[in-house]
Design a protein around this ligand. Structure first.
Ligand code: ADP
Ligand code: MG
Ligand code: MG
Length: 252
């Protein structure tokens, strides 16, 4: 079992009018067998948390720490973080022109494991994962995210997660823009990974809909860059009924 620990994390971005603090002291502990939902209204800092953990250069850590099993994460390069077992499914996946899905996945797998996967098992795993996610076989030879529909982009993120087998996966609004069928397929993929390996999940979402398929052990509500409330799955049900209105959301 591993633990991802986030301590008093403060994160800023540079704007035209100077540095703007977005995360103002986030504390979270995620064990590698737990699913944590991070919820909150738009603009509360959810994606900033995801990017800061993944090492996006736009987001400056001004204080606090994040570690996996005591190993400092924030001092690592982006690929070192991936090797340490961290995975990010982005809210807005980027296009990688000229790189096919097959090559992208195999390169990522090789980089993370430190050796190329055995071709036969890899090919089998890839086609099984694609089948499970109801992805057309020709998908493998397309360029990453180029001309992908919203649903295809999200499925591709989960395909990566299934094949890369991270210890910690941050899923940033993987549910957004999915119709009910795609939501179910994507959720089943996440649940498959959970059942097959020890993985801690940080499920970032605005809506409670996906939590009907992926059951959270804990729910954290982020408001204005701080954790405003925490609880179990019942907190998500409460948010479903009441929304975020009872929280004081200040316009930044
Ligand atoms: P969420 O994912 O919860 O909707 P974000 O983390 O994307 O929220 O954004 C939190 C706040 O930080 C918002 O007010 C947003 O405008 C601001 N923000 C995020 N990224 C940047 C950036 N690169 N430059 C300026 N402001 C940013
Ligand atoms: Mg948002
Ligand atoms: Mg976001």
């Amino acid at each position: 079992m591993s633990i991802l620990s986030i301590r008093d994390l403060h994160v800023s971005v540079e704007t035209d009018t100077g540095a703007k603090e977005i995360l103002r002291g986030i504390n979270l502990d995620i064990n590698s067998n737990e699913t944590h939902a991070v919820m909150g209204p738009n603009g509360s800092g959810k994606s900033t948390l995801a990017y800061a953990l993944a090492g996006h250069p736009t987001y400056t850590i001004t204080s606090g720490s994040a570690s996996i099993d005591g190993e400092d994460l924030l001092g690592m390069s982006v690929d070192e973080r991936a090797k340490a077992g961290l995975f990010l499914a982005m809210q807005y996946p980027v296009e990688v022109p000229g790189v096919t899905v097959t090559n992208f996945l195999r390169t990522a797998k090789t980089a993370i494991d430190g050796e190329a996967p055995k071709l036969r098992t890899w090919t089998k795993e890839l086609s099984q994962a694609m089948k499970d996610l109801r992805v057309d076989p020709e998908f493998a030879s397309r360029n990453v995210n180029e001309g992908f529909s919203g649903g295809e982009k999200k499925r591709h993120e989960i395909l990566q997660m299934e094949l890369l087998k991270p210890r910690f996966a941050i899923l940033d609004e993987t549910d957004s823009g999915l119709d009910v069928d795609a939501l179910r397929i994507v959720s089943e993929g996440v649940n498959r990974v959970k059942s097959q390996s020890d993985v801690g999940i940080l499920l970032i979402t605005h809506y409670t809909r996906i939590l009907r398929y992926i059951k959270p052990d804990y729910v954290h509500v982020i408001i204005n860059g701080r954790v405003a409330e925490e609880g179990g799955a019942e907190l998500a049900e409460r948010l479903e009924n009441e929304g975020y209105d009872r929280f004081q959301v200040v316009d930044a």
